[in-house]
Design a protein around this ligand. Sequence first.
Ligand code: GAR
Length: 216
Amino acid sequence: MKSIVILISGRGSNMEAMLAADLPCRIAAVISNKADAKGLETARDHGIATAVVAHAEHASRELFDAALAAEIDRHRPDLVVLAGFMRILGDDFVRRYHGRLMNIHPSLLPAFPGLHTHRRALEAGCRIHGCTVHFVTPALDSGPVVIQAAVPVFAEDSEATLAARVLTQEHFAYPQAVRWFVEGRLTLGRDGRVLLSGERRDGDVLLSPAPDHPKS
Ligand code: GAR
């Protein structure tokens, strides 16, 4: 059975969604760069090994990345899952885990890399927003897309209501992406695209605002 290591920095709700998804893999450890990350408690409550590699205790990004990699490699994971891990990782770290480092970002990439994605989507007047699970490459919030989930943006939305709507879909999309990986169904093409074997074609167009007459 394949195994994964999950990296978090805070709440850990995406990690929790993975624990609840009964994935066909072993969750070898949850690692945080912050000792007070709430998700660590949740992981411990589930009997999962936890570790803290505090960025504040390392003199440089390189030293932090090396300590983090050493902790990850102790568990020999097939996949490293960034779930709300809020540190930028150096190029050497990213290359070390090429093809086995995944991230979730709360926007429909390549729109809105970086922070405050929901606020920026509102300011831009987007009618559709969402989240992206992708393999990590050295450039910030970029890399081959595994799955995206789109949600409508409503006129009365605040940053909080929009974030909550997206988060609900994150909790569905990320466990699905990890499941595909551990089932061996994802191939990383040289063209920077991800191929999903046995891909199901379903779903219709999402129009937002909805049209006056639903399509029949
Ligand atoms: C999630 O919304 C995730 O998409 C985002 O942080 C949140 C973590 O929530 N990640 C990023 O912004 C990474 N660039 P969680 O700790 O409850 O899973």
